[in-house]
Design a protein around this ligand. Structure first.
Ligand code: CAA
Length: 240
C-alpha cells in the first residue's frame, strides 16, 4: 500500500519540491501551508497533492490538522518537518517578537508536527522523520541568532528521536540545505546574496529538487539503518 507522507510548508519552495518527489516515489502526500491560500490552491491544481492549512506553531491546530489528514489519507508513515520562516536582524536590533515568531515556527513547530504522529509510528513499528534544518544551524549566521538557534535545535531533536525510535523501526534524520534558490533566499538584499554566492565553492545556489532527492532517500525503506544523521547539501560552503 502507498505510504502516507506529511510535508509541512509543502506547497512552496523546498517543501513543494519535496512533496512532488515523494509523490513521484509513490507516496500519498499531504502538504501543509500557513497562509498563502492562492499558492496552495495552485499547487493542488497542478499536482493533485492535497493541501491543509494550519499554523505549525500551535499544538492544538497541528494535532487537529494531523487527525484530519489521517482520517482522509490514512496513518502517516513519513513526516517531513520543513515549515520555516526568517525574521533576520542584527542581534542589537532583534526584537523579542522576532525571536518568538521564529522559535514558535521553526523549533516548537517541529515538536508540534512530530509529537501527535509519534505514538502511531511506535505502534505500527515504522516511521520516517526528516527535519529540514539549515547550514546556518551548523555555522551560525550574521543577523540570524533566532533562526540559527532553531536550526541547531532541530539537530538536537533528530539525534534524540533517533535513539528513542530506533527499536520501533522509526528513523529521524536532518538535512542541512545551504543557500537554495527559493523566495526565502531571494528576499535577502541582492548585494548580500551576491556576496553569499561568492562564498559557495559550487558558484551557484542550490535547487529545491537537490534537497528533495535527499528526502526521498532518507524516507525510503532502504535508509533504515541511517538514523540520527545530518546530510549537508551546500555546494561545499561549510563542512561540519
Ligand atoms: N557579516 C558581517 N557583517 C555584515 C553581514 C555579514 N554577513 N551582513 C551585514 N553586515 C553588516 C553590514 O555591512 C552593515 O555594516 P555597516 O553598518 O558597517 O555598514 C551592517 O552589518 C548592517 O547593518 P544595518 O543596520 O544596515 O542592518 P539592517 O538592520 O538593515 O539589517 C540585514 C540588514 C537583515 C542584516 C540584511 O543585510 C540581511 O538580510 N542579511 C542576510 C542575512 C542572511 O544571510 N540571512 C539568510 C537568509 S536565507 C536562509 O535563512 C535560508 C537558509 O537556511 C540558508
Amino acid at each position: 500500500m502507498a505510504r502516507v507522507a506529511l510535508v509541512t510548508g509543502g506547497s512552496r519552495g523546498i517543501g513543494a519540491a519535496i512533496s512532488k518527489a515523494l509523490q513521484a516515489d509513490g507516496c500519498t502526500v499531504a502538504a501543509t501551508y500557513a497562509g498563502n491560500d492562492e499558492a496552495a490552491a495552485k499547487f493542488t491544481e497542478e499536482t493533485g497533492i492535497k493541501t491543509y492549512k494550519w499554523n505549525v506553531g500551535d499544538y492544538e491546530s497541528s494535532a487537529a490538522g494531523i487527525a484530519k489528514v489521517e482520517e482522509e489519507l490514512g496513518p502517516i508513515d513519513i513526516v517531513v518537518a520543513n515549515a520555516g520562516i526568517t525574521r533576520d536582524a542584527p542581534f542589537h536590533k532583534m526584537t523579542p517578537q522576532q525571536w518568538h515568531e521564529v522559535i514558535d515556527t521553526n523549533l516548537t513547530g517541529v515538536f508540534n508536527t512530530i509529537h501527535p504522529i509519534w505514538p502511531g509510528m511506535r505502534e505500527r513499528k515504522f516511521g520516517r522523520i526528516v527535519v529540514i534544518s539549515s547550514i546556518n544551524g551548523q555555522k551560525g549566521q550574521f543577523a540570524q541568532v533566532n533562526y540559527a538557534a532553531t536550526k541547531a535545535g532541530d539537530l538536537g531533536i533528530v539525534k534524540s528521536l533517533a535513539q528513542e525510535g530506533a527499536r520501533a523501526g522509526i528513523t529521524a534524520n536532518a538535512i542541512c540545505p545551504g543557500y537554495i534558490a527559493t523566495e526565502m533566499v531571494m528576499a535577502v538584499p541582492e548585494k548580500v546574496r551576491e556576496s553569499i554566492i561568492g562564498q559557495i565553492p559550487a558558484g551557484r545556489l542550490g535547487e529545491p529538487e537537490e534537497i528533495a532527492r535527499c528526502v526521498s532517500f532518507l524516507a525510503s525503506d532502504d535508509a533504515g539503518f541511517i538514523n540520527g544523521s545530518t546530510i549537508s547539501a551546500n555546494g561545499a560552503q561549510f563542512f561540519v
